[in-house]
Every structure is written in structure tokens, then in C-alpha cells.
Write a protein that binds this ligand. Structure first.
Ligand code: HAM
Length: 430
């Protein structure tokens, strides 16, 4: 046999049971986001490279070493999107959305690409569910998006989760803080990991995010950002925390919280899973305010705030899920009745029932085994004797009872029993 082709390292398949679980989780997100007035947006997977360089920042890990970048026909440099925020801002500007809506609220979902070292909870193709608000500078929208993220992960069953918030200030605050950090870190350079040592000058805030034990020890005594905030920044942050109390979102304040994207200003937050199931990849959700980004990308000053939840991390930590039934009935037939069984199957499907059949002329035993495996509550057995009386045999697969039914009442019979079972077929989706 020829050797088989494997998927690209760090990029995973979702087989049907898992895909059904994902769809259900995504559905919960879409429903919840629309409670908050968000509408869906879909942007391309590929964008001009400079969009990400300008927004995420050229000294970030993502831009420095993790982007899938290629040159299209020797002309343009293109990149597989490593995140969704930059693309949303581009679309917001390209379509001049700011011109007719004062505030826009968007949500999105889909694959993102970062060439990271694969580990549990860290992949090269991963999926985010995100939300962004444009045009509102006040802390109410920060509080709302944090609550949305929190309610969402709770809704899908994540109990042990902590929300951490910080403020990175506005204007020059981040710069002043970065300078103070560099001054603090320089005398300790020898004790830092190689990565952190490199960042002391280029991106000192990222040192605060290091997981290396030797870095942690140095960071413990590092200054937090609180002392650098302006009165307005502080007022925004204080009000945000009062609003989170009002919305009953429990949180912790962490003056050393940073994230690996340069565009953040003022509010920064993350949701972390605390059971330890994901090791170093415990951040389920990251987000914050990015008041300068729209302007930086050539648009009018537009305060913005948002977040993204990682689907893989969420599904790895949320509780087990019992797959929902996928079949209502399974058709079983004999070679001489196959065509009639096929016709009845069609009739049931047209009526909205979920039906599969085996028309490969296999043995009765083999067909019944497939019917059992399908999870359908009924097998519809089409034999010649029954057909001669315009009937079929319906077998209840759970208790193995069966009865003859006129073909014309089959549909109603199945429907009535499925309803009794609490499920009326495909029309209802959960
Ligand atoms: P981020 O913190 O880079 O933020 O990513 C958000 C979430 O995506 C992470 O918390 C994690 O769950 C998931 N994630 C990131 N990288 C990977 C990976 N390699 N494998 C698996 N999951 C991963 C952003 O992307 C921002 N755009 C969020 C945002 C929206 N900020 C404002 N608006």
C-alpha cells in the first residue's frame, strides 16, 4: 500500500462527534452574542502581510516568527490570519462602517494560524470565537464584553475559571512603563532566560508574561503599571471594576498582566482555566481595549474593545458531552424491495425526518447491526410480504418490539413517537 498522507503538524481534524459538539458550542456563542446586540462578520483567511505587522506589532512573537507568510505570484506578501481583530478593523475601514453607525458590534468565528510549537492547547491552526465593539470609549462596553466572555465559558460548562483585569493606560503610559521596566530588568539580565534577556530592550512588557521559573523570580519584584496611569485611565479602570461588580462577574486585578499583542490600551483582560488541565496554555480567552488601532490603520479615531476565546482550549477543558441523536430511523430492505425502501426513505426525509438506509444488498443481520449503531430509535423493515399489503414493519430498537404499519401512516407514527421521546426531528437544532 502507498504511504498515507498525514495532516500538517499542529493542524487537526474534527471528526463528526467532535464537530457536532463544536457546532453546538458555536451556536451558544452566536445566541449569547446576539443578546448583547452583536452581529456576525466574516472576513477572509488571507490578508496583506502589512496589516498584521502594523497592528499586532513588529516586535511581537506573532509577527517576528509565527506568521504563515507567502508571496502570491511573485507580487504581494500575504499572510494567513493569526487573529481576527486586525481583519475586523480592516473591514470596518474598507466599508466605511463608521460613516453610518456610531457604534458597531461584531462577532466572528473561524480558524487562525500561528506557527507555534505544538503542545496540548497550542496548535498551528486553531479556532477563535471573538467579539469587537467599535465607537464606544466608555467602560460599559469593556464590562459588557468581559461579561459576555465569562457567561459564554460558564454556559458551556467551565466552572473553574478566573477573570483577570489590568489597565495598560493610554497615550504614553505604556512607553513610560516599558522604560521603567527596562531599567528595573537591566541589572537582573544575567538571571533571565534567553528569550527574556532579548526582550529587555525590544519588548520589556513581554518579560512579565514569561513562564520560565528564573524569570518569575525576577518579575516578582518588578513594578506594576498602576503608578503610571493618568487620572482618566484610573477613573476608567475604577468604573470598569464597579461595573463588573454590578454585572456579578468575579475578577482579580493584576497590575502585571500583559498580552502578546501591541495594540492594547487601557483595559486588558484574560480568562484562565484554574484546574490545571491545560498546563501553560491555561488562557482560554484574551482581550482588551485598542483605542488607537483604527486610527493607526488610517481611519478616524475610534475607540474599540474586544476579545477572542480559543475553541480548542475551551473544548479541552469543558465537560464531556453526550452526542445528540443524529438519526430518527434506519431503512432495512431486501434486494427485491430496495427500490421501494429507497422511495419511503425519501418520503420520510422530505417530511423532515433524519433517515439513512443501507442499499448495498447486505444480509439482514448486517443491516440490523448498522441500524443499531446509527443510534436511531427505529428500523423500518421493508419486506415483500408487507409491501404486498402496503405495509412496513417498524422495529423499536431499544426494546426490540415491532409492529406492522400501513405505509401511509408510517410518517405520523414515527413523528408521534419521536415527539414522545422529546425530539421532533431535524427542525429543532440545539
Ligand atoms: P490572543 O490572546 O492572542 O488574542 O488569543 C486569544 C485566544 O486564542 C487565546 O486565549 C487562546 O485561547 C487562543 N489561542 C491563541 N493562540 C493559540 C494557539 N496557538 N493554539 C490554540 N489556541 C490559541 C487575540 O487573538 C486577540 N485578537 C483577541 C482580541 C480581540 N483582543 C481584542 N479583540
Amino acid at each position: 500500500m502507498a504511504t498515507t498522507v498525514q495532516s500538517v503538524r499542529g493542524m487537526n481534524d474534527l471528526l463528526p462527534t467532535e464537530a457536532a459538539r463544536w457546532r453546538r458550542i458555536e451556536h451558544h456563542f452566536f445566541e449569547l452574542a446576539s443578546q448583547y446586540g452583536f452581529e456576525e462578520v466574516r472576513t477572509p483567511l488571507v490578508e496583506p502581510t502589512h496589516l498584521f505587522v502594523r497592528s499586532i506589532g513588529d516586535a511581537t512573537d506573532i509577527v517576528e516568527k509565527e506568521m504563515y507568510t507567502f508571496v502570491d505570484k511573485g507580487e504581494k506578501s500575504l499572510t494567513l490570519r493569526p487573529e481576527g481583530t486586525a481583519s475586523c478593523v480592516r473591514a470596518f475601514l474598507e466599508h466605511k462602517v463608521y460613516a453610518d453607525s456610531q457604534v458597531a458590534r461584531w462577532f466572528y468565528g473561524g480558524p487562525m494560524y500561528r506557527r507555534e510549537r505544538p503542545a496540548k492547547g497550542r496548535y498551528r491552526q486553531f479556532h477563535q470565537l471573538g467579539a469587537e465593539v467599535y465607537g464606544d470609549a466608555g467602560p460599559h462596553s469593556d464590562a459588557e464584553v468581559i461579561q459576555l466572555a465569562y457567561r459564554f465559558v460558564r454556559l458551556v460548562g467551565l466552572d473553574e475559571v478566573v477573570v483577570r483585569v489590568n489597565s495598560l493606560g493610554s497615550g504614553q503610559v505604556k512607553l513610560h512603563f516599558a522604560k521603567a521596566l527596562t531599567e528595573f530588568l537591566q541589572p537582573h539580565q544575567d538571571r533571565l532566560s534567553e528569550d527574556s534577556r532579548r526582550r529587555v530592550l525590544t519588548n520589556p512588557l513581554r518579560v512579565l508574561d514569561s513562564k520560565a521559573p528564573q524569570d518569575q523570580e525576577v518579575i516578582r519584584d518588578a513594578p506594576g503599571i498602576e503608578g503610571f496611569l493618568s487620572d482618566e485611565d484610573r477613573a476608567h479602570f475604577d468604573e470598569l471594576r464597579r461595573l463588573l461588580d454590578l454585572l456579578e462577574v468575579p475578577y482579580e486585578t493584576d497590575g502585571k498582566l500583559v498580552r502578546g499583542l501591541d495594540y492594547y490600551t487601557r483595559t486588558l483582560f484574560e480568562l484562565r482555566e484554574t484546574r490545571g488541565a491545560l498546563g501553560a496554555q491555561s488562557t482560554i480567552c484574551g482581550g482588551g481595549r485598542y483605542d488607537g488601532l483604527v486610527e493607526e490603520l488610517g481611519g478616524p479615531a475610534t475607540p474599540s474593545v474586544g476579545f477572542a476565546v480559543g475553541m480548542e482550549r475551551l473544548t479541552l477543558t469543558s465537560p464531556e458531552w453526550t452526542p445528540r441523536r443524529t438519526h430518527d430511523a434506519f431503512m432495512v430492505s431486501f434486494p427485491e424491495t430496495t427500490r421501494e425502501a429507497f422511495r419511503i426513505q425519501n418520503e420520510l426525509r422530505q417530511a423532515g425526518l433524519r433517515v439513512e438506509g443501507d442499499f448495498r444488498h447486505k444480509s439482514m443481520k448486517s443491516q440490523m447491526r448498522r441500524a443499531d449503531r446509527s443510534g436511531a430509535p427505529f428500523a423500518v423493515i421493508v419486506g415483500q410480504d408487507e409491501l404486498d399489503r402496503n405495509e412496513v414493519l417498524v422495529r423499536h430498537l431499544a426494546d426490540k418490539t415491532q409492529r406492522n404499519l400501513p405505509i401511509e401512516s408510517l410518517r405520523e407514527y414515527l413523528r408521534a413517537h419521536l415527539l414522545e421521546d422529546g425530539d421532533a426531528g431535524t427542525t429543532k437544532y440545539q
